[in-house]
Design a protein around this ligand. Structure first.
Ligand code: SF4
Length: 189
């Protein structure tokens, strides 16, 4: 459970904090940012329009939110708080990564774009949504497991032999590469 994210969400449901000028990291993203959801309830969202995979100092893969400005915009914080206010708190306390990721997709796209493939959850459609995509001759994508704040990542080329993993594209600079079930595709971020 994302305990710190939940605490920030519940606090924001009472009142938004706005900018916290006295924080030693302020502004961590931009001037006048809203600091209500400092610990993101969606972490790790695995959506490249917001964040990306980087290697930690120990060499393990982690999801980086360094360039995510979205969660700090007041209008987005208000939308997130409104969305979750319709749920009993106990549901939110017991909710898992899938619940919060579906919620994020509904907030961003108006509906869930990801879908299950056997035991795996295919998040590639949400990653590709809205970008210019074209077919590619070859390619691969990533199957990710979230383990105690780190990501276990393996490269795969098709939907065979998947486990309870989350499928996301590979990112090369500003290009996402993945698979739409029929073809390999690449999209410009
Ligand atoms: S990239 Fe943004 S929305 Fe995604 S987990 Fe990080 S802070 Fe949250």
């Amino acid at each position: 459970m994302n305990e710190r994210g939940l605490i920030d969400l519940f606090t924001a449901m009472e009142a938004l904090k706005g900018p916290i000028y006295e924080c030693k990291y302020y502004p961590c993203h931009f001037s006048e940012q809203d600091c209500s959801l400092c610990f993101c309830i969606f972490y790790p969202c695995l959506l490249y329009r917001l964040g990306e995979i980087v290697l930690s100092q120990s060499g393990k893969a982690v999801w980086s939110c360094k360039n995510c400005f979205w969660i700090h915009k007041k209008e987005n914080v208000e939308e997130i708080v409104t969305y979750f206010s319709s749920y009993p708190r106990q549901i939110l306390v017991e909710a898992d990564w899938y619940f919060f990721n579906r919620a994020l997709q509904e907030i961003l796209f108006g509906r869930e774009l990801g879908f299950m493939i056997g035991k795996a959850y295919n998040l590639m459609p949400a990653n590709f949504h809205g970008f210019n995509c074209r077919s590619a001759k070859d390619g691969a994508f990533l199957a990710v497991r979230i383990r105690e704040g780190f990501l276990e990542v393996r490269e795969v080329k098709n939907f065979l032999d998947l486990s309870d993993e989350i499928l996301i594209p590979q990112k090369f600079a500003k290009i996402l590469r993945g698979f739409n079930g029929k073809n390999y595709i690449e999209c410009e971020l």
